[in-house]
Ligand binder design. Structure first.
Ligand code: HEM
Ligand code: 2DC
Length: 425
């Protein structure tokens, strides 16, 4: 555990699952990760409240408990299935139309923006219980602006990570201005969506039996002040675009490069579909390989290069005493590619997750514990349903021998466009 000085931060970096276990088991009731000065600076600058992403201590804890019930709990995620399922089905229809148009039985493209649109449409359908129509040919330019703003927001974060917020604002650099502008677009568009639902809810209380999305559920419950609801819904709407879409793109790329696994997965899906007789919840329970495919994708292609915590007490890692209040970073990307923890790490082999004798603290793609990804269950479901429908309808192919690396634009993304071919089965 060598200490490294990075700008103004000092951190201890670890990659051993046992060390990660020691760290997370002592994280306490209010775990904190590395602060994001540009993100908090924007909110302070515009006088906007923080959501759970940026809150700390008891304020974070109480909001997080309320949100967990609406977003992460086992009871509520079943409500998401029909909402996410229809978006995936519409994506398939869109691909089918494109294939017909091509006249060649296939569609070859860089699917980045298609997947951004899919991810935002999915997220909004569960947040607002309403479709934005992003899987049509012509989409609302404001939605596209929102998508582009999230990307630019991430891009402009990294260069400012180690600059104190007060300085950021004072120097008024191009990066800072772009950053402010992208958050402005994000908040304005989210606010518009939120206002629509808010108004609807006050006019006519829709049939209360049907599930109408996370936002109306939060509004009806009335446990969080409206400004906090807005802050959190905005974070979820923005957090749900690049994360799941990039992971899905990597998953399709790996499945295209490993046709044997793709066929096994397709077989599992067909069998589960038959056995479940149209009961999607039952079907999802049976898909063990599918879940392993997603874990394996996040092992090789995590969204977050590290998961970090400030220690709350002294701990021992590899014989080193780590004092309280030290920033410790678990190198999730490095761990996933280390032969000490994964045999033949370069191989895309989802079955390793089914037969490995120990997966102990090896699957950290969504972080860990009380502070883990709030959108984890949504992301998992969304990605599972997408892959189910895609594999039931198309063969995924890619050119042989094209190597795609990874670059960091705050989140990890492909270093060049990934070209995929979807062929009607
Ligand atoms: C936090 C990954 C999708 C919202 C995180 C963290 C990771 C992560 C690693 C930090 C967790 C920690 O420190 O332990 C991912 C991945 C995703 C994904 C890999 C998809 C493949 C989403 C989605 C949403 C979302 C769809 C929208 C609901 C959040 C929020 C936090 C968070 C709000 C902060 C939670 C807190 O501080 O309490 N995510 N995420 N994420 N994520 Fe995600
Ligand atoms: C970036 O060194 C690299 O889920 C830094 O949905 C350490 C670090 C800290 C926090 C991580 C961040 C990295 C990557 C992006 C993450 C973020 C926590 C949440 C965020 C992983 C690894 C993300 C993408 C959220 C973003 C929500 C936002 C759009 C409102």
């Amino acid at each position: 555990g060598a200490g490294e000085k990075l700008g103004v931060y000092q951190s201890v970096n670890i990659i051993n699952p046992e060390d990660a276990a020691t760290l997370f088991k002592s994280e306490g009731n209010y775990p904190e990760r590395l602060t994001m000065p540009p993100w908090t600076a924007y909110r302070d600058f515009r006088n906007k409240p923080y959501g759970v992403l940026l809150k700390k201590g008891e304020a974070w804890h109480s909001d997080r408990l309320i949100l967990n019930k609406e977003v992460l709990s086992l009871q509520v995620i079943d409500c998401f299935v029909p909402l996410l399922n229809e978006v995936s089905e519409d994506f398939v229809k869109r691909v089918q139309v494109q294939i017909k148009k091509s006249g060649r039985g296939r569609w070859t493209a860089d699917f980045t923006n298609e997947l951004f649109r899919f991810a935002l449409e999915s997220m909004c359908n569960i947040l607002y219980g309403a479709r934005l129509g992003l899987l049509q040919d012509l989409i609302d330019p404001e939605a596209q602006n929102f998508i582009d703003a999230v990307t630019l927001m991430f891009q402009t974060t990294s260069p400012m990570l180690y600059i104190p917020p007060s300085v950021l604002c004072r120097i008024n650099s191009k990066t800072w201005r772009d950053h402010v502008q992208s958050w402005d677009v994000i908040f304005r568009h989210a606010d518009k969506c939120i206002q629509n639902i808010y108004r609807e809810l006050r006019l006519d209380r829709k049939s209360t039996k049907e599930y109408t999305g996370i936002l109306s559920s939060l509004l009806v419950q009335d446990k969080l002040p409206i400004d906090d609801i807005k802050a959190n819904v905005t974070e979820m709407m923005a957090g749900g675009v690049d994360t799941t879409s990039m992971t899905l793109q990597w998953a399709m790329f790996e499945l295209a490069r490993t046709p044997v696994v793709q066929e096994q997965l397709r077989a599992e899906i067909f069998a589960a579909r038959q056995a479940a007789q149209g009961n999607m919840l039952k079907m999802l329970k049976a898909l063990r390989l599918l879940k392993a495919v997603i874990k394996e994708t996040l092992r090789l292609h995590p969204v977050a290069v590290t998961v970090q915590r400030y220690t709350t007490q002294e701990i021992i890692l590899q014989d080193y005493f780590i004092p309280a209040k030290t920033l410790v970073q678990v190198g999730v990307y490095a761990m996933g590619r280390d032969p000490k923890f994964f045999t033949k790490p370069e191989l895309f082999d989802p079955s390793r997750w089914l037969k490995m004798d120990s997966t102990y603290f090896r699957g950290l793609g969504f972080g860990f514990g009380l502070r883990q990804c709030l959108g984890r269950r949504i992301a998992e479901l969304e990605m599972q349903l997408f892959l189910i429908h895609m594999l039931e309808n198309f063969r995924i192919e890619t050119k042989r021998g094209v190597d795609i690396g990874t670059k960091c634009e705050l989140i990890l993304i492909p270093d060049k466009p990934i070209c995929l071919t979807l062929r009607a089965l």
